[in-house]
Design a protein around this ligand. Sequence first.
Ligand code: PMP
Length: 429
Amino acid sequence: MNHTLLERRFNTLGPYTPLFYDQPLEFVSASGVWLTDVNGDRYLDAYNNVPHVGHAHPHVVEAIRSQASALNIHTRYLNDRVVEYAENLLATFDRRLDRVMFTNSGSESNDLAFRIANQHTGHTGVLVSDFSYHGHTRALAEVTTGLRCDEGIGNHVRTIRIPDLDGADLGRSESEVLTESLGEVDSAIASLQEHGFGVSAVLFDSLFSTEGLNRVPGGYVKGLADRVRAAGGLVIGDEVQSGFGRTASAFWGHQNHRIVPDLVTLGKPMGNGHPLGGVVLPAALLDEFGPRNMYFNTFGGNPVSAAAGQAVLDVMEAEDLMARAAATSRVVREQLELLRTKHDHIGPIKGTGLFFGFEVFSGPVSESASRPDAERTKRIVERMRRDRVLISRIGRDDSVLKMRPPLALTIGEAEMFLDRLFAAIQAVA
Ligand code: PMP
């Protein structure tokens, strides 16, 4: 490890922005799902969703290069590329979602969605999961429940526990869990109303990724959305994690729950690493917000960003990435189910498509004395690093392995990944 560089980082950026691993890695190049470090060692990337169609994908790189060498400028001039990208992006959504406001990040998108919801409803109350993360602006710091955040939850915020049939609610009847969880939503809404905040919005991630890839009862998300709407609020679907075909079963995560949000927020994979985000919404909502609030974003949706975003859509289609992700994820899931039969301290396989994981326990899952085991999970992550595979962990107890490779992962690479995962599980068993 480069101690001098680490020290220089601390002396400039400070020691508080997170770095992965006890011995942080320093990469210099990448291609597909492979990263190369300063020593020339190659790592299989089973963690990063930002390089969605693969690291340094030639088509994306060329689209950025060629647009940057022709024109890059702020967003107050007409530009064909920007409009064409907006049209193509909107074509992936339900017809009701027919406008897009471009931003540069997931945080900006969620912050803007909150503003639109506040304005539309005249209310400020917000519902969020009690273990989630949606960004770093002030408004989002006030709803941050899943990361350290000293600002504290806002008075206008009510948190709800997201059920998990493969986690905290394992073994319980689905209908009982559904009734109980929606009852909690009703109480949270009633509390917001009693305290005069009203309901402005619910903000949720369709994959419940920070929470630990919760499997919710069928109808839970729809029930949540219906209740918020009945109280006059809007539904904000955060697709930063679950969007762009990550789940392989649908292009947008909310489609897996059979709902259409009022506002959809985008980020991370949208530009394959180039900063690009957006809020997708019906024209009626934009027409209400727009005349009263000039939305001008210097960089959000500039021609180079639009070229990057369009290139991501192009590659997804040309390489049939969603279908490939579906096929690869089937192999992965089958193999993980097999692994489970050999190791009794592994919980149910969680996640959808190419975002998957499982909880690691201190003993057999069937024994009530067994507990989520953060230490053992960490050892698996570190052992995988030693074997040059990148993964991480999530969840309330930091005990759910988080595996989320670029969609470009091939079946051969998935098998390589699984071999090393099996060895790591064996080694720390
Ligand atoms: N929403 C979700 C679900 C996220 O996971 C994140 C980032 N981890 C964000 C929003 C914030 O995105 P950004 O870091 O681009 O601001």
